[in-house]
Design a protein around this ligand. Sequence first.
Ligand SMILES: [Zn+2]
Length: 303
Amino acid sequence: MKKIFLAGALLFLAVVAALFIVSAKADFFSGDHQASSRIKKDVIERMSAQKEEEKASDQEEQEPQEKPAEIKRPPVEEQPPKKQKDMSEDTKAESNGHIVVIDPGHQRQGDSHLEPNGPGSREKKARVTGGTRGTQTGIYEYELNLTIGLALREELEARGYTVYMTRETHDVNISNMERAKFANEKHADISVRIHANGAENHSAKGACVLVPSASNRFVSDLAGDSKRLGQKILSCYCDATGMVNQGIQENDTMTGINWCEMPVAILEMGYMTNAKDDVNMSQDDFQKKMVQGIANGIDQYFE
Ligand SMILES: [Zn+2]
């Protein structure tokens, strides 16, 4: 039994030794393969290490991006209301207590139906006419009047005035009597009516103002203040624009004046039938001067 056991043990050892040699040989012969597999292993490890580094670096890049984004977001959401507040504070100055109605003359379609020329008057005139048109620019008077009217509102509001517009679009049908009544309803301190002139004589140029006379059947009591208002506006307007000053003209046939219950002046800003006036009045920079001039005149009236 002992012999058999020893023989078995020796055989086992021999087998183990043989297996060891075979595996060592295999290692030796397959050295290239193992080396290449080691290189592959290394490469894979390096790649995965690189990937992890890249991941880490991605996170580093993303994290700083995300963190400020998170910090930025609340201010971005908070800023617009703050800005709007600031803007409204800028445009709407503290009230100076004066109410101005701006009447941008005419509208896209005139209305030839008649209305009384003044309170209790048997004389009747067209509700509202179409106005003139730029011979060079093709701009309609109702367009220019509204452009200037809206810009004037912005300027006056910035100066502290409360402003009402008789119209803010072209597609309205508001008669001259209705425009005056609108100003009355608003208890305006003054009504400033914005128009532009037209004439068959294309050399006619410059600005003028129409106001009621002291002998006006309807609003004689407003003649003095209306004239002073008109003079201030016209003078400042011509100073600001360099327009020819055609002076103050008394006119008692204007329905939109005769129905008024406050000082009122019609500014004829220039001649749309004069090439130079027409082109000037269509240009942004010139329009800013026009608006400044009118606003300056209104300021002076209330001084
Ligand atoms: Zn007009």
